[in-house]
Design a protein around this ligand. Sequence first.
Ligand SMILES: NC(=O)c1ccc[n+]([C@@H]2O[C@H](COP(=O)([O-])OP(=O)(O)OC[C@H]3O[C@@H](n4cnc5c(N)ncnc54)[C@H](OP(=O)(O)O)[C@@H]3O)[C@@H](O)[C@H]2O)c1
Length: 251
Amino acid sequence: MNDAFARPASVLVLGATSDIARALLDRLVEDGCTHAVLAARDERRLEEVAAELRAAGPTVSTLAFDATEVGSACSVVDAGFAGGRIDLVVVAVGLLCDQPEDERDPERVARCVAVNFAWPAAALARVADHLARQGSGRAVVLSSVAGVRVRRSNFVYGSAKAGLDAYARTLDQTLAGTGAGITVVRPGFVVSKMTAGRTAPPIATTPEAVARDVVAGLERRSAVIWSPRSLAALFTALRLVPEPLWRRLPF
Ligand SMILES: NC(=O)c1ccc[n+]([C@@H]2O[C@H](COP(=O)([O-])OP(=O)(O)OC[C@H]3O[C@@H](n4cnc5c(N)ncnc54)[C@H](OP(=O)(O)O)[C@@H]3O)[C@@H](O)[C@H]2O)c1
């Protein structure tokens, strides 16, 4: 079946060693995905994920990439589509920065922006071309609530995610009428290897819960998926806080 909203048969995952992507892959395979192209940086972990997935049934191929090399995005995406049609593309690559260390260091800022915005945006531009040519298919982009109202305490990462979120939502508009589309996912704090060693807030969620929210959101044909859904109201309200007050808040 080629319905990327409900039960995609083929998937390309950019950042396949992500804990959230891994949980989502399990759901997609349960729901009938039979072919996966997995792309990631850590080749050893990538082969482990591929082996785990093959054991569950689907055919799996792998690709290596490093998102700091922004110029590689097109060739990675082209290689992902080389084996035939892809119903769903998951963009999970991301890097949580070390804010105090990074904010005044141009090289670290550039790396954070490359991994969280420039590489995923360049990849999405190419994905959009492939999906439009297919006349169907969907990309799911892992954005973050951090980009909805950027906070002083993680503004390097938050700014990059804000850029990716805006880019992906607007790229989706350009796909109107093609049969293809882009869905943005905005998780809150997720207990994953990205957040290891950080104190989880009470509203923290898990990769498995995000995967459930993504599948449910795709079934609802949502353009934006919040995870958990309650964050939509909270962050919509935070967007309205006047800047002078926002600057005085302790986060
Ligand atoms: N965890 C959260 O609280 C949270 C909240 C909101 C949004 N998100 C977003 O959700 C997505 C998945 O996050 P996660 O929680 O599953 O974290 P994760 O397990 O750390 O996944 C991040 C992915 O990005 C990859 N990556 C990092 N730097 C890379 C580079 N230079 N080149 C290629 N790949 C690179 C990682 O590869 P390696 O395995 O090689 O490191 C991994 O596949 C990310 O976009 C993240 O920003 C996460």
